[in-house]
Design a protein around this ligand. Structure first.
Ligand code: GLN
Length: 454
């Protein structure tokens, strides 16, 4: 099979399902085909040595790609063609993948259903009346629908794991600092991480291998050795200690979800692991802490979209102030504006101590909860989301119920630790995800457990 054949398969599947799924914002078939031709020349020679040689990939649209439209699903970047590649994209090229296109998302990654995209609504391939999750809904749906074998997403409060769970695929948020954020359009810089969405744990390990590592272009990327993730997939979990937070299986979690987690734990027990109930007592503050901190960071990060430097510029302004105001008023969607206002308020003098500083203190307590559990246990296991995928439009009128969907994924970002979602059953015919959380930079153990269970 040639690389061009793989690209054919990908485009064939896209032609079959994309009108229903709507996962992609931009497709560039010509570019993919010419890349494939170049790789085909290497086929069968020693030159074909990329770790992911010839694999078609989809990239979330908040990851910049040189000369390939990158909008973060926002009107304000509707015509933005980046002049450089994100480090992860460069690394994928070094691994010799083929970029098929850019994937839909919630505008600036703010949302849990991809309904905040200002261009289109992506559907869950398992049931097109339900959402694919978000914000990396396009990335998860494209893999679930077989349009691409893998994709990249980004996760600030659950945006890789939650859509992976809703779409029945595997999604990993790496440790903060494991993967370079250079070229990721920033939402909340202290929480954002790029990670792989795949059909299997093994595929996931391969993709992380290709994109992980320190990067001189991102000073928050960590200079920590990248082990062989594929070698970690031994199937052996004997003696492994699992902590199950009681806050993750209590009130607000669907009984079917709890049951599927219990079944997964029984499987892991059979394989020689042990589990005990533990507590992450400050979990109840995670949601408010997250929305304060992430919105504060977003309000600063999104200041750069001013109608002058790139993207949308309002045509109807008489002076510079008006140009800023009109471009932002017309370019940003409602949810983005809501976060900018909340963040600006939380950071303003007089309120800073009461909100931002307090939230930082709560974040430290949440982080400490994890450290305490990880002093005794190898991994933490629970559900990824309290419910399966919800219906399109079900939560759009009430931002708070939308926010509550992230209650089990958000603490992981606040603590900076790695977490994966792997399929673990069904509820009402829709997939459920098991979340496995590891120690800082211990993605290898997370993968080992996920693979043994899978
Ligand atoms: N749903 C969360 C939010 O709206 C998380 C988003 C994300 O992880 N990018 O902020």
């Amino acid at each position: 099979i040639s690389v061009s054949d793989l690209v054919d398969e990908s485009y064939k599947r896209i032609a079959e399902v994309e009108t229903q799924v709507s996962a992609f914002l931009t497709l560039d078939e010509e570019r993919a085909r010419s890349q494939a031709k170049k790789l085909d020349e290497k086929l069968g020679t020693d030159e074909a040595k990329g770790l992911l040689f010839g694999m078609p990939v989809g990239v979330k649209d908040n990851i910049v790609t040189k000369d390939l439209r990158t909008t973060a699903a926002s009107q304000i970047l509707h015509n933005f063609d980046p002049i450089y590649d994100a480090t992860v994209v460069t690394k994928l090229q070094e691994a010799e993948t083929i970029t098929i296109g850019k994937l839909n998302m919630d505008e600036f990654a703010m949302g849990s259903s991809t309904e905040n995209s200002s261009f289109k609504k992506t559907k869950n391939p398992w049931n097109i009346e339900t959402v694919p999750g978000g914000s990396s809904g396009g990335s998860a749906a494209a893999v679930a629908a077989g349009e691409v074998p893998f994709s990249l997403g980004s996760d600030t409060g659950g945006s890789i794991r939650q859509p992976a769970s809703f779409c029945g695929v595997v999604g990993l948020k790496p440790t903060y600092g494991r993967v370079s954020r250079f070229g990721l359009i920033a939402f909340a810089s202290s929480l954002d991480q790029i990670g792989p969405i795949t059909r299997t744990v093994e595929d996931n390990a391969y993709v992380l291998q290709a994109i992980a590592g320190v990067d001189p272009m991102d000073s928050t990327s960590a200079n920590v050795e990248v082990p062989s993730y594929v070698n970690a997939l031994t199937g052996d979990v004997k003696g492994l200690k699992i902590g199950v937070p009681k806050e993750y299986i209590g009130e607000g979690v669907n009984p079917e979800v709890r049951e599927s987690v219990m079944k997964a734990l029984a499987t892991l027990e059979k394989l020689g692991a042990t589990w005990e109930e533990v507590s992450l007592p400050h979990s109840k503050y995670a949601l408010s802490t997250y929305y304060l901190l992430s919105s504060s960071e977003a309000s600063a990060n999104l200041a750069r979209f001013d109608g002058v430097r790139y993207g949308y510029r309002s045509p109807n302004s008489n002076n510079l102030m008006e140009l800023y105001k009109n471009s932002r008023a017309e370019g940003f969607g409602d949810e983005v504006k809501r976060r900018i206002m909340l963040g600006t308020f939380a950071l303003s003098s007089g309120y800073y101590d009461a909100y931002y500083k307090k939230a930082q203190k709560a974040r430290t307590l949440i982080k400490k909860d994890f450290e305490d559990v990880f002093a005794k246990y190898d991994v933490i296991v629970g559900p990824t989301t309290p419910t399966p995928a919800f219906k399109i439009s079900e939560k759009t009128s009430d931002p708070l119920t939308m926010y509550a969907n992230d209650i089990l994924t958000i603490p992981v970002n606040l603590a900076g630790v790695p977490g994966i979602s792997v399929p673990c059953g069904f509820d009402q015919g829709l997939p459920l995800g098991l979340q496995i959380i590891g120690k800082h930079f211990d993605e290898a153990t997370v993968y080992r457990v996920a693979h043994a269970f899978e």
